[in-house]
Ligand binder design. Sequence first.
Ligand SMILES: Cc1cc2nc3c(=O)[nH]c(=O)nc-3n(C[C@H](O)[C@H](O)[C@H](O)COP(=O)(O)O)c2cc1C
Length: 209
Amino acid sequence: MTMTKKNILGAVVGTAALVAGTSCSDSKADEAMPVAGANAAIENIMTRTSVRKFDGRAISRDTLETIVKAGMAAPTAMNKQPWAFVVVDEREVLDSLGSVHPYSNLATAAAAIIVCGDMKNTIEADGRDFWIQDCSAASENILLAAHALGIGAVWCGVYPIADRINPVSHVLGLPGDVIPLNIIAMGYPAADAQPKDKWKPQNVHYNRW
Ligand SMILES: Cc1cc2nc3c(=O)[nH]c(=O)nc-3n(C[C@H](O)[C@H](O)[C@H](O)COP(=O)(O)O)c2cc1C
């Protein structure tokens, strides 16, 4: 199901009311104090959607760096920041990546960010796999920052599929201890993309299942 922009705004107003504490049924709840720009931030989250067709305009290196900075602002377990970001804006490299990842949506993309886990910087032993969550948090920040800047993007999964990890690593010349989690294809959207409505109250449980 997709949401029209009008519906989304309704959802945002509802969410903003939640943020402000006005629709909370718990009478003991304190009034939330939204920070400046809270509604814009919630609206940005609610209107993001995957974009797979782009209009051919380039994205400046400054803008790409802003988006990567947003990625690096993500939380990580024990603040390990076990990541590396490969920014690709050369057509030849985008096409090489597109030829080894069948669903990477790079044909019309202006750029891609490959979010990688750096195994030299992970937590040891049992905590190692937190790198996946850390890099996923960075990836979502990247999607949201791109959307806020009017750039469309889509997360294209690489890890844990070996048939994608190996050729993507080869194309980018990644060292053996750096694992590509995804390819985030991006560009200015070719058309208006409608966000999907995923709100399912039945998936929420308070205090117990
Ligand atoms: C782990 C992961 C892997 C994904 N892999 C691909 C992919 O290879 N190709 C693609 O077109 N979209 C991919 N997507 C995007 C999803 O299809 C998309 O997020 C989902 O359909 C929900 O749509 P939305 O992003 O518009 O909310 C992936 C998303 C995630 C989180």
